[in-house]
Design a protein around this ligand. Structure first.
Ligand SMILES: [Zn+2]
Length: 100
């Protein structure tokens, strides 16, 4: 998960920026993965990709209210539910382990 201002700083920033742009263009289906509110301009994105040279990334958004809500347990649980939808049986990795 990356705050919006962190996306371009990530080593896969180009890929993740394209995914975030796709998110913003998706209209009313761009809902916060925690509260389900429409969130075209989320505070953070949750990304998932596979392989060492991914051409696409799955993306979900977390609205500003939930980002500021100071409930990291609720965010973690919701992120885990999203992950299971995208990658059944998947698990989160240490970010340092997946850097290019
Ligand atoms: Zn929310």
């Amino acid at each position: 998960m990356l705050a919006v201002e962190e996306i371009s700083l990530h080593p896969r920033g180009d890929l993740l920026c394209r995914a975030a742009t796709h998110w913003r263009m998706s209209g009313s289906s761009a809902t916060c993965f925690l509260c389900d509110a429409v969130s075209l301009h989320p505070a953070a994105h949750l990304f998932a990709w596979s392989g060492e040279a991914p051409k696409q990334a799955a993306v979900a958004g977390l609205c500003c209210d939930c980002w500021r809500g100071d409930d990291p347990t609720a965010i973690d649980e919701a992120a885990a539910r999203v992950l299971q939808q995208v990658v059944p049986g998947g698990c989160f990795l240490d970010p340092r382990a997946v850097l290019p």
